[in-house]
Design a protein around this ligand. Sequence first.
Ligand code: TRP
Length: 466
Amino acid sequence: MISLKSIKGIGVCRWKKQHLQGCRFVLFADIDAAVKLLLKLKVDYKQMTGQDYKAGCPPSENSVVPDNGPTADGADDEDTVNPWSVSTTNAKGVDYDKLIVRFGSSKVDKELVDRIERVSGQKPHRFLRRGIFFSHRDMHQVLDAYEKHKSFYLYTGRGPSSEAMHVGHLIPFIFTKWLQDVFDIPLVIQLTDDEKYLWKDLTLEDCHRFAVENAKDIIACGFDINKTFIFSDLDYMGSLPEFYRNVVKIQKHVTFNQVKGIFGFTDSDCIGKISFPAIQAAPSFSNSFPQIFGGRHDIQCLIPCAIDQDPYFRMTRDVAPRIGYPKPALLHSTFFPALQGAQTKMSASDANSSIFLTDTPKQIKNKVNKHAFSGGKDTVEEHRKYGGNADVDVSFMYLTFFLEDDEKLEKIRQDYTSGALLTGELKKLLIETLQPMIAGHQERRKQVTDDTVKQFMTPRPLNFNI
Ligand code: TRP
């Protein structure tokens, strides 16, 4: 933290008459240096916090710091993680431990996983057991309150940029469904069709249509209709005054400098983008949903999301106490790797990097066999002799996401590493895991009628006892 105490040294010169003459020169030089220091500190302060320095007003929590920057050794400055791009040069993927330090969040450690198990009375989801939801903010606080019978609600979302969702998109929803079931709490899902209109070359109508289409895939994850509200920003913002009121409150408490610092916006970004973060922040506050929570503004929110969304919620957590609301808690997931390797996440805009929820069993098989990056050796002989590298093997990584059986997974890892299991055999295991999973999803999606979507997307009370 910057300290302005250093300029207090100005007072050191004693104001005794007989010293005044001799001191004069020194004093002016001191003042000059102190003023320069003060000005420099003010500039530094503004750069780091995005706010003008005001005496007696400390900056709030890492508010405007985009993140804590690369660590001192500079080793991870190749990892790019923000809402628009994710990349690293490391075949094992992003260094998530360093990301925790950079973002100032906390690790989901064994103690927390054990505690979730105790409090919920359920075996922790494999995403928790395997470090896929690896980072959090304030989870202990949420559990403390829950133990005292103070409930909370879940908030997650999706930017509907196309009709095509891939398996990576399901990760936060699969986990959110589990949280909803084990804690028996309401859930709001924001579809940011406005965001996609602002960022992509798409029409408003298309974005809205994608929102409704994506809602079907989300519903197919099995959410409880009595406890889930899904909304399109384009519909909901205009229909519920309470939501927009929160957006405006948030907008008043974040400066252009701050969003520039957090999101890297520039002077030539349209003003829609600049104010959008307030719209993603608003569902974190319970009074944005009066139909669910009455007028209550104090119900704790928990946001499961991929770590790239954290900048939005760092901003939200900074604003919350200043507008009289609780800060949302967070659970962050790692990225779902592209087929070609963990240097980037799976992206719907690159068909070869993705397994889509609409893919046929044959397409799944071909994509895995053809594109899934392998940590195996070039020849069977070498592989048998030296073994494969599961840490960079995309098929193995996908199995850690989707294969439920811990013992089976560990056996696969050992056999692959020793060379007993060949790349083709590992891929076959993945294909056999993905095919029924995706077929099941397609089956459930078919059952989702327009009427069901409408019900999920209608503002209404949910089963929830405050
Ligand atoms: N911005 C997110 C995206 O592009 C969508 C989103 C909105 C979201 N609200 C959220 C994601 C809350 C996670 C949690 O996909």
